[in-house]
Design a protein around this ligand. Sequence first.
Ligand SMILES: [Zn+2]
Length: 240
Amino acid sequence: MSRQISSLLAIAAVCVTLAPAPAFAQAPKKAPVDCEQVKCIALTFDDGPGQYAGTLLDTLKKYDAKATFFLEGQYVKSRPAFVKRMVAEGHEVGNHSYSHPDFTKAEAGTIRNEIKKTQDAVKKAAGVEPKLLRPPYGLADLQVADVATEFGMPMILWTAGSEDWSSKNVDAIKKKTMEVAQPNGIILMHDWVKQTVDAMPALVKSLQKKGYHLVTVSDIVKGQDLQPGDIFPVPAGWEK
Ligand SMILES: [Zn+2]
């Protein structure tokens, strides 16, 4: 190599080193959605991460939609990469026990252990700890509320279900979800139901066409001032 060329290369190397980082290195920062100003809805997926979670995450990403995943610790342990991806892509992860027992029939120690093991599994998989609890089957009593309080977590139920686990039919899941959709609604779905994941592209498009912003549960309940051990929405007959 001639001396001239090598010195040119040296200058080029310096220029590359001094060049500012390209603009695309920074993700564009978007203003948070204010659900008191715009129409919001939270789709929630229980019992996962299910085997179809990757396809679901692809759909949510494509349509710039956020969701909340109430995770079962045993599947967090077997599918940690999905959990990591959920958090990285801006979705919310909640605690749905480790092995799905009915908390209202369990001892306090069992409930505590179920919640703790799932908190630990999510932390290990994605570096964060869930802030919301959805008790299995949506069943809670005062003992469950007390244990949730120990973990600093409110309990989140749903305003309506997609009935996906019983219909297992793409058209029925779309129809039911559109029927029960309401502003600030929290919809129960399952990412282990293949038909739910298959229905999602059309469903997300329909909801967005109706003006809904698909947000996390925390976005929806921001104005509720929920305290640890509180339950939302408050089920009929619940007294504290
Ligand atoms: Zn469940």
